[in-house]
Design a protein around this ligand. Sequence first.
Ligand SMILES: [Zn+2]
Length: 171
Amino acid sequence: MDCMMVNIRVAAYIDGELAPAESEQVATHLEKCSDCAALVVSLQEQCFEKFSAEQKSDICGDKDFWGCMDGVLNAHMDQMVVAATTVRGPWYSQKVGVPMPMMVAYAAAMLLAVAWGVQQLDRAHSAEMAADHLGQQIEQERRLAAQPQTAPTGGNAAYKVVTYTPQRGTF
Ligand SMILES: [Zn+2]
């Protein structure tokens, strides 16, 4: 294995991710080649040790740590709020602090809702009308069926019952 091959595999070698045979080849090269050995050493130095639980509690248990973080966060959020509220725009978006596209979307949604409502109302109304009409028709036919003899007596000769068939219910 030459230096090039080792350089490619060096990170995996340090992490122990190489196959045993490959790892052995890298190791034998490192024994002979001081350049690659130096590279491994420099890379290993970059590997930070993880904090122990004690070290973590030491750091996070420190009041100043969170106090400082709080301050930084607050300052950052204040900046964000200021940045959001100082956005220049038309008076209507400035007043409520809502960006223009949001206003448009909201208005459109409202319009749609109103249009839908009106349509539903219209539909309900026409359905009611149809039901009323049907009810009237049924009532009329029922009346006629119950009293076939008292059919239209307007006194008009032209309006004359010719035949009546109860099965059909119509004249
Ligand atoms: Zn080498």
